[in-house]
Design a protein around this ligand. Structure first.
Ligand code: LRH
Ligand code: MN
Ligand code: MN
Length: 425
């Protein structure tokens, strides 16, 4: 989709303006700081969710934009395109059964030809599939009927097997289990049954795999959720063992939750596994990362940069960095480019925080100074640094600009059709 000459033409056109801004910024920051952040930005990859490559829609309607990927191969091609544009999307996260690979080895090779690897595999026991023996209407791992629980466990093990063939190293389990009305279930029994099921799944994990337990406070159940918050997820992860971690999806909290504090404590306890990045105003809105609360995203990365260093974790590989988004009004590919940019910007700003000065301010209870230090980093425009990292990595100075210049969506519609609809939510 993107030819090397188109990329170099684009970069040549933007190079002079970029150099002007970058030189100014590098001088302001000092070249040591600029280079330190640049090296980390080049390494930092964010996995794209296979289910976010098409238009999501809401329960009220779906307005497809056309040219959506019709198969797993086309989804990989789309992520390959994003990666060619920004060199920061070198991984894809699959959802089974939406993305069952017919030939794991061939799919792995196809992904590798785009420079992609497979991030966490996601199981699905929140929908009934055609031909399925038992329904998940009243939950999966928490279900009162042992046959339903067994079916859910077997599905998760099946997802692990698919992931092994692709070279994935983790399984994300998100359960919609819970209740919609008081009295509907026993919290204790639901928890214990779920734990039993997770234990069976855990036992099937290959030695070098991790399991991520994703929590969510509400929806589709609206009274209780069996993995409802980080405390419950942490409880499951602790009881399961060292390969189990908590996954934080930014949209899964009750309003105004202090997510950065949650992140800090999970990291401190060695139980933070990874993220589903998105943004929200009201619920699990699955909006573009950083589009509503960019300061929150920065504060989360501020805890991450600090906490990962404290634990000696490699920033690029220490945690699972994934997006989980849904697009109703924007082109999914444009939206994903914007999310990756916002995540990297928040990360870069966090790397800019003067940690020694912040620690001093904290120890001296100098509240105003502490705020100044954080906000000085947040308010520094580091976009030229991101562009420079892309340039050095062989990506486009402006990924979104090149996507539009090359009229990629029009070309996708031409080859795939206006009515092509991706599998997913
Ligand atoms: C649930 C969720 C979970 C699913 C995805 C499609 O709201 O965040 O991660 O796998 O959406
Ligand atoms: Mn999620
Ligand atoms: Mn969600």
């Amino acid at each position: 989709m993107i030819e090397p000459y188109q990329l170099s033409h684009h970069n040549a056109q933007h190079e002079a303006a970029h150099q002007r801004k970058f030189t100014f910024l590098a001088e302001e920051l000092g070249s040591e700081t600029a280079e330190r952040i640049l090296a980390r930005l080049i390494d930092f990859q964010i996995a794209i969710p296979s289910w976010a490559l098409g238009t999501g829609g809401t329960r009220f309607g779906r307005f497809a934009g056309g040219g959506e990927p019709r198969s797993l191969e086309e989804k990989i091609a789309d992520v390959g395109l994003l990666h060619a544009l920004n060199k920061s999307s070198g991984a894809i996260s699959l959802h089974i059964p939406w993305d069952i690979p017919s030939d794991g080895e061939a799919i792995k090779q196809l992904a590798a030809s785009h420079g992609l690897v497979f991030d966490a595999m996601n199981s699905n026991t929140f929908q009934d599939q055609a031909g399925q023996a038992h329904s998940y209407k009243f939950g999966s791992l928490q279900h009162t009927d042992a046959r339903v629980r067994k079916q859910a466990v077997e599905h998760n093990i099946d997802v692990i097997r698919h992931g092994e063939a692709l070279g994935s190293k983790s399984l994300t389990v998100w359960l919609s289990d819970g209740s919609s009305f008081p009295g509907q279930l026993s919290f204790r029994k639901a928890f214990e049954r779920t734990l039993d099921g997770l234990r069976e799944i855990y036992a099937a994990l290959p030695a070098d795999w991790k399991i991520f337990v994703e929590y969510k406070a509400f929806e589709p159940n609206f009274y209780s959720t069996t993995v409802g918050d980080w405390g419950q997820s942490y409880l499951y992860a602790s009881k399961l063992g060292p390969k189990a971690y908590t996954l934080v999806d930014l949209g899964h909290h009750l309003p105004n939750a202090n997510i950065e504090q949650i992140v800090s404590l999970l990291l401190m306890e060695g139980k933070l596994g990874g993220f589903h990045f998105n943004d929200s105003k009201y619920g699990d809105d699955d909006l573009t990362a950083g589009s509503i609360k960019p300061y929150q995203l920065f504060l989360i990365f501020n805890e991450l940069a600090d906490g990962m260093d404290a634990r000696g974790l490699d920033h690029a590989t220490g945690l699972g960095w994934m997006i989980d988004a849904s697009h109703n009004v924007k082109d999914p590919l444009e939206d994903l480019l914007q999310s990756v940019e916002a995540i990297k910007l928040a990360y870069a700003q966090a790397l800019l925080v003067d940690r020694t000065a912040l620690e001093n301010a904290r120890e001296n209870n100098d509240v105003a100074a502490a705020q100044e230090i954080l906000q000085a980093a947040f308010r520094t425009d580091l976009r030229p640094l991101l562009a420079e990292a892309r340039l050095r990595a062989g990506a486009a100075i402006s990924p979104l600009g090149l996507f539009r210049e090359q009229q990629i969506r029009r070309k996708l519609i031409e080859t795939r059709g206006l009515k092509a609809v991706a599998t997913g939510l």
